[in-house]
Design a binder for this molecule. Structure first.
Ligand SMILES: [Zn+2]
Ligand SMILES: [Zn+2]
Length: 297
């Protein structure tokens, strides 16, 4: 897939939760209540992803809220626990067959017009080989609010190990909400040309999004011999590459930062940025591949 820099694209920012359970599976609120909860909290995109079953979104439509008809499926993994795959934008009635292979499911989802996100890899104990076995994935979940329950919400290290293999897989932040405790802990900011399901899927396929648990990222790229980032005030800005490559910046005497630059070669195998605010909440950009000509815009 061709990646776009979301910070250089025209359009609108849409706040999304791409992993949501309701009373149709094991959530504690009806689909209509979930839509209202996220709409009231200022989200513009919601994917209802109940286990095994696609909830029709037609009757749930509300002004200002884009709904993606979706499900969470659990196909087999030959050398590990069942996969948890969020299947976005699939038709009502779409389901995972018994004992279906994960790759077969990925192929069927895409043939039906959808895309697949690898859910909570740290919580699953997913190996890098098991992640790389699926092609193509839209993204993996770098943060999953529900997985805080066992201390495994943050899959950043798993993501870095995947990126180190050369697979430039983007990442999303999600709630995977089951109970009200899980609401609004992490989200995905999508840069779409307009607030429609079609434009949201187009933006997701282009990698035009970033993940956050709080901070806002305003710009990220490479220019004039340096990687750069601008963001809402944070305690730390990290540029993270493969292995020992990278640099972190912290303000002196607790001063907050809103930008950083790191002079480095544009030929690093990948470079992503991650910021942490004073409450410990993170946001993550997508990885930049090596920058041809040393300029991202
Ligand atoms: Zn799951
Ligand atoms: Zn789930």
């Amino acid at each position: 897939m061709t990646r776009s820099n979301p910070f250089a694209l025209p359009g609108v920012w849409l706040k999304a939760n791409l992993h949501t359970h309701t009373t149709v599976s094991d959530g504690d609120a009806s689909p209509a209540v979930r839509v209202q909860q996220y709409r009231d909290a200022g989200y513009q995109v919601l994917a209802i992803t109940d286990h095994h079953e696609v909830v029709p979104t037609g009757d749930l439509a509300r002004p200002g809220m884009v709904l993606l008809q979706s499900l969470e499926a659990h196909p087999s993994c030959p050398n590990g626990p069942l996969y948890h795959l969020v299947c976005l934008n699939v038709p009502v009635g779409f389901h995972c067959e018994n004992e279906e292979s994960a790759q077969n499911l990925v192929d069927r989802v895409r043939a039906a017009g959808g895309e697949v996100i690898l859910a909570h890899p740290y919580w699953c104990g997913r190996t890098i080989a098991q992640i790389r076995a699926l092609d193509p994935l839209l993204a993996l979940e770098v943060y999953n609010s529900t997985c805080r329950g066992i201390g495994k919400a943050d899959s950043t290290v798993v993501w870095d190990y995947v990126l180190a293999t050369g697979l430039m897989l983007p990442a999303v932040g999600v709630d995977d909400v089951h109970r009200s405790d899980d609401l609004f802990g992490s989200w995905t900011m999508i840069r779409a040309r307009e607030a429609t399901a079609e434009a949201v899927m187009e933006a997701l396929r282009a990698g035009a999004f970033y993940a956050s648990c709080g901070p806002e990222i305003l710009d990220f790229g490479y220019a004039n011999g340096a990687y750069f980032l601008r963001c809402s005030p944070v305690a730390e800005i990290c540029f993270v590459g493969r292995g020992a490559q990278g640099r972190s910046f912290r303000g002196c005497h607790g001063e907050l930062l809103h930008e950083a630059q790191w002079s480095a070669s544009p030929t690093l195998p990948y470079l992503r940025a991650m910021v942490t605010d004073s409450a410990g909440r993170r946001a993550w950009t997508q990885p930049l591949p090596p920058v041809p000509g040393g300029k991202t815009r």
